[in-house]
Design a protein around this ligand. Structure first.
Ligand code: AMP
Length: 542
């Protein structure tokens, strides 16, 4: 027997309609590429998104077409999120930090029809416009006064002209909730990038889960500033969750340095932010150097790579900003776990609580986790047994765009490529990417633990731990370190710092100091590049 409830497809346009109707006066504030602050309401955003939907139709965008963006976090990008997906087309967020050749390859692979770009990406557009086969229309996301003149991009359209020249009357169409809504390519550190194609249904279910109190905990009382880019995995779903709950949104545009971010936090009363650890490093350095504080910010979500406990401690103990450690990936829309403590962990002494917070957290409802050994058998949830992490759920990839790479699933589970433990309370901890694990004498050493210890040293700004070749043990840990400006630190001092903090045989064999560690397009350390750089490194043989 079927239930007798309405069959309403879960569609992204409903989030905007809800925000307009029930939170119409709520503000959306953006620092624009043009340099000024733009401020309007969800009501105005809704009207402009509908004008844009009419403009897309007028330029021949039809159901299922890919519409690409190369854009920072801002209100125009937000309008595109809703206008494109809401019309039944597919929003393809391109990552502007990629090399122009990669951008061309991805745009071609996705068969993008139209490309919207922020002014700061004009050079990237000029380097690639003539080479992308499918894009027919280029739109600069600015007004007439700031329109660039570019011989390399003939027929360039102006975003504000498009919006102004079309009516705000538009009925969001209704269609199957399994229709594709947006497309994001993996960073592709090995081989070509692959596309994760999200649907309206997967996005909506992810949004419900992301907003929950033990997930990202979003509400109408929040002022959310997503530092995490809208060009990578939909800014962890915050542009959708904010509309669902009616939160005020603040967008930083291209200005992600500590000074600009802190000014925006203070001026707009930001309560929640989200980003990768490398961004917070810049912010904390600025706040510390200038003796500032956070008057309204109370929580920050940190994910994308492991958050060092030393950073958590500074946020929480010095600035009273709670850190929520979260984990996920492009293939998971991205949210998988969030490290919200339960009463039992909250009652622990501070040091033990911090050790739990360093874990990536508990599965959000909808995500099933398991860890398996090399034989594929499930491992115990004892906080000790480490194995490959597999996931399944309604917002987790079933196959890559165009079936690239074949069937990625193993008996219905998606192998994440991460190595993890899960404890008896369900807290999952990533010990490594499987590619980054250091295999010493047949035993595994997790590089993240070793990096976290180095990051707790006051002279260390950034640390990556990689495997270096060893004649006896095959691989041993090599620490690559960037010192804080002006700080003094020797190899011996840093190695001595590990004493009593970790099993002796895990201690790094060597330390090299470098000026910078290469970061990828999503702000993660590129350990593959470091491994290449230090392929011939000779470890001391003491
Ligand atoms: P991406 O698909 O580019 O978002 O990268 C996903 C990968 O980033 C995951 O598979 C993890 O290896 C890593 N990652 C994401 N969040 C965390 C975290 N909180 N701690 C450690 N690694 C993380």
């Amino acid at each position: 027997m079927n239930g007798s409830m309405m069959q309403q497809p879960l569609l992204i346009s409903s989030l905007l309609t809800h925000a307009e109707r029930h939170h119409g006066e709520q503000q959306v504030v953006s620092r624009r590429s043009e340099g000024d602050i733009h401020r309007y309401t969800y009501r105005e955003m809704g009207a402009r998104a509908r004008r844009l939907a009419n403009a897309l139709a007028a330029h021949g965008v039809s159901f299922g077409d890919r519409v690409a963006t190369l854009a920072w976090n801002g209100y125009r990008h937000m309008e595109l999120y809703y206008a494109v997906s809401g019309s039944g087309a597919v929003l393809h967020t391109l990552n502007p930090r990629l090399h122009p050749d990669q951008v061309v390859w991805i745009a071609d692979h996705a068969q993008d029809q139209v490309l919207f770009f922020d002014l700061s990406f004009l050079p990237l557009i000029e380097a690639s416009a003539g080479r992308v086969n499918t894009i027919k229309v280029f739109v600069a996301m600015t007004d007439r006064a700031h329109m660039p003149v570019s011989a390399a991009v003939p027929g360039l359209l102006c975003y504000e002209d498009l919006v102004e020249s079309h009516a705000a009357q538009f009925e969001w169409p209704s269609f199957d909730e399994n229709t594709a809504s947006s497309l994001c390519y993996t960073s592709g550190t090995t081989g070509n990038p692959k596309g994760a194609l999200y649907s309206h249904r997967s996005t909506m279910l992810h949004t419900f889960a992301a907003a929950l109190p033990d997930s990202l905990n979003c509400s109408a009382r929040d002022v959310i500033l997503p530092v995490v880019p809208m060009f990578h995995v939909n800014a962890w779903g915050l542009p959708y969750a904010a509309c669902m709950v009616g939160a005020k949104l603040v967008f930083p545009g291209p200005f992600l340095d500590g000074k600009n971010l802190h000014e925006l936090f203070e001026a707009e009363g930001v309560t929640v932010s989200a980003g990768v650890p490398t961004v917070w490093q810049g912010l904390l350095a600025h706040v510390e150097a200038n003796n500032l504080k956070f008057s309204t910010m109370r929580r920050t979500v940190i994910g994308g790579s492991a958050c060092p406990p030393a950073m958590m401690r500074i946020f929480q103990e010095r600035y009273d900003v709670a850190v929520l450690h979260a984990w996920g990936m492009t293939e998971m829309s991205p949210l998988g776990t969030a490290c919200t403590l339960k009463p039992r962990q909250l009652a622990l002494p501070a040091q033990e609580r911090l050790a739990i917070q360093a874990k990536q957290g508990r599965a959000v409802f909808g995500v099933d986790l398991k860890i398996v050994g090399e034989d594929g058998q499930a491992l115990a949830h004892d906080g000790q047994s480490a194995g490959e992490l597999l996931v399944r759920g309604p917002w987790i990839i079933a196959s890559y765009f165009k079936g690239e790479g074949g069937d990625p699933l193993v008996n219905g589970w998606f192998p994440t490529g991460d190595v993890a433990t899960i404890d008896a309370d369900g807290f999952m901890q990533i010990t490594d990417r499987s590619k980054d694990v250091i295999k010493s004498g047949g035993e595994w050493i997790g590089s993240i633990d070793l990096e976290n210890i180095a990051m707790a040293h006051p002279a260390v700004a950034m640390a990556a731990c990689i495997a270096a070749r060893h004649p006896k043990w095959d691989e041993r840990p090599l620490l690559v370190v960037v010192k804080k400006p002006g700080a003094q630190l020797t190899r011996e001092e840093l190695i001595a710092f590990y004493e009593g903090r970790i099993a002796k045989w895990w201690t790094p064999d060597d330390v090299v100091f470098v000026d910078a560690i290469p970061l990828g397009a999503t702000g993660k350390m590129q350990k593959n590049k470091l491994r290449e750089q230090f392929r011939e490194h000779c470890l001391p043989t003491a």
